[in-house]
Write a protein that binds this ligand. Structure first.
Ligand code: NAD
Ligand code: UGA
Length: 461
């Protein structure tokens, strides 16, 4: 039997664990929330007195942490102690695509999840509710339960699935006003305990409860549907470019149908982020493992189209610049996978840059939030060329004008608002002629840029 939750622990202080637990603590001052991570530098940053130094940039996060930290919100590296004290333990660790062995390149790597389960089992001396917050393959709860029950000290573990739907850049708003909170489980008392945590601020009708497998699967499906919309409109963007239709006009006309809806139909250089690709690959892998090859092929196309969109943008740049970018200075505005985040995991910018670097272009990157070492790390991780070559061909500017000085071309990779407010007349004076702009986010206006004398290319026009 489970009573009211007094102490929560969360393993994993990343993009999900950090913001999610901060809001749970903010809205439940009577619950002590401890977020733990084995990454000491990350925990240190979460505890920094200077709230601008938090490890994650997310609008509004500093205020929430400022309100709750030290009151009932704590960040620590003492994983065992947090597990020992908690009534409820969220697992919010990373679940990347497997990079080795069976399912390499598709399946989710669950080694961090399993390590958490074994640690919880080893430490727990009282009954625990264990909550899957990470995105997991359907039926992972079964494996977790088996590990916990077989390696534990005879205490009772109850597993819930509670996937997170926040998007980066809008995490705090998404957490404060979720479309829904999803809780899957078998034990009514445990489900109710978690419902009560969210009911502190989420209207009851937005808290859905299902069985475990529906909850686990719904998370993968939600991301697959979202990514599919982006790939659908991106596929149409290519058709627009050859037919004279404009993809924004098509998206508006199509999206105004209330059955289709207007959101998530913005054509782009391709979706990025740590999750869309990983979760669809995982869905494809699961479908194949049940021999559902037609289903798997269907969802795989979402990824194939997205890869095509990134390649096509890079090839368009090369073709337009007379098939020669060798030694040319191409300014990249934006490296993050979307605006208002410092996250660049799977960002389209990485793959577009890689393609241009194969042609020996010289890229100068400016991003308002992504630091230089992260940009080099992203490129080095591809393994396409040596770290020395990446540093020879790519430089990182700390202000936009020094990235744009003497550039042959500008490529817009992230839709940061500030790029719109730049003095594009002055920038033109600083650039080489003809001055090319390749707008991968449809951020600037064709009429304005052409009036200033730019050669302007935008996706889907
Ligand atoms: P992240 O990499 O930012 O954070 C994960 C953290 O877990 C890291 O700091 C890592 O050090 C820590 N960790 C891993 N194993 C550990 C262990 N055994 N003990 C202690 N700490 C450990 O990842 P994230 O972006 O927060 O994603 C976490 C999960 O949430 C993933 O499954 C992801 O699919 C899912 N998700 C992410 C988002 C998002 O916007 N990023 C949204 C919804 C769901
Ligand atoms: C996405 C989902 O929106 C969240 O609900 C989910 O919780 C999360 O994945 C996750 O599981 O990690 P996120 O990746 O943070 O959130 O950001 P999105 O706003 O979904 O954008 C993803 C990518 O798609 C970005 O590169 C974005 O630029 C691109 N995108 C999005 C488009 O190109 N066009 C659009 O219309 C929308």
């Amino acid at each position: 039997t489970i009573k009211m939750i007094k102490k929560i622990a969360c393993i994993g202080a990343g993009y999900v664990g950090g913001p999610t637990m901060s809001v749970i603590a903010q809205k439940n001052p009577h619950i002590q929330v401890t977020v733990v991570d084995m990454n000491e530098a990350r925990i240190e940053a979460w505890n920094d007195d200077d709230l601008s130094k938090l490890p994650i940039y997310e609008p509004g996060l500093d205020a929430v942490v400022g309100e709750a930290r030290g009151r009932n919100l704590f960040f620590s590296t003492d994983v065992d102690r947090a597990i020992d004290e908690a009534d409820m333990i969220f697992i919010s660790v990373n679940t990347p695509t497997k990079a080795y062995g069976k399912g390499k390149g598709q399946a989710a790597d669950l080694k961090f999840i399993e390590l958490c389960a074994r640690q919880i089992a080893a430490v727990a001396k009282s009954d625990k509710i264990v909550v899957e917050k990470s995105t997991l393959p359907v039926r992972t709860a079964q494996a977790l339960k088996s590990i916990l029950d077989n390696t534990g000290n005879g205490v009772n573990f109850c597993i819930l699935s509670n996937p997170e739907f926040l998007a980066e850049g809008t995490a705090i708003n998404d957490l404060h006003h979720p479309d829904r909170v999803l809780i899957g489980g078998e034990d009514a008392a445990a489900i109710q305990a978690l419902v009560d945590v969210y009911a502190s601020w989420v209207p009851k009708e937005r808290i859905l409860t299902t069985n475990l497998w529906s909850s686990e699967l719904s998370k993968l499906v939600a991301n697959a549907f979202l990514a599919q919309r982006v790939s659908s409109i991106n596929s149409i963007s290519e058709l627009c470019e050859v037919t004279g239709a404009n993809v924004d006009e098509v998206a508006k006309a199509v999206g105004q149908d209330s059955r289709i809806g207007p959101k998530f139909l913005k054509a782009s250089v391709g979706f990025g982020g740590s999750c869309f690709q990983k979760d669809i690959l995982n869905l494809v892998y699961i479908a194949r493992s049940y021999n559902l090859h037609t289903v798997a092929d269907y969802w795989e196309q979402v990824i194939i189209l997205n890869d095509h969109q990134k390649t096509r943008f890079a090839e368009r740049i090369i073709r337009t610049m007379y098939n020669t970018v060798n030694g040319k200075h191409i300014a990249f505005l934006g490296w993050a996978f979307k605006k208002d985040t410092n996250d660049s995991r799977e960002s389209a910018a990485i793959y577009v840059a890689d393609h241009l670097l194969e042609e020996e272009a010289h890229i100068v990157v400016y991003d308002p939030k992504v630091p230089a070492e992260q940009i080099y790390r992203d490129l080095d991780a591809l393994g396409t060329r040596s770290p020395a070559d990446n540093r020879r061909l790519v430089s990182v500017a700390s202000d936009p004008l020094s990235a744009l000085n003497d550039a042959h071309a500008v490529a817009i990779l992230t839709e940061w608002d500030e790029f719109k407010s730049y003095d594009w007349r002055e920038i033109k004076q600083r650039m080489k002629r003809p001055a090319f702009v390749f707008d991968g986010r449809k951020l600037l206006g064709r009429a304005e840029l052409e009036a200033l004398g730019y050669q302007y290319y935008a996706i889907g026009e």
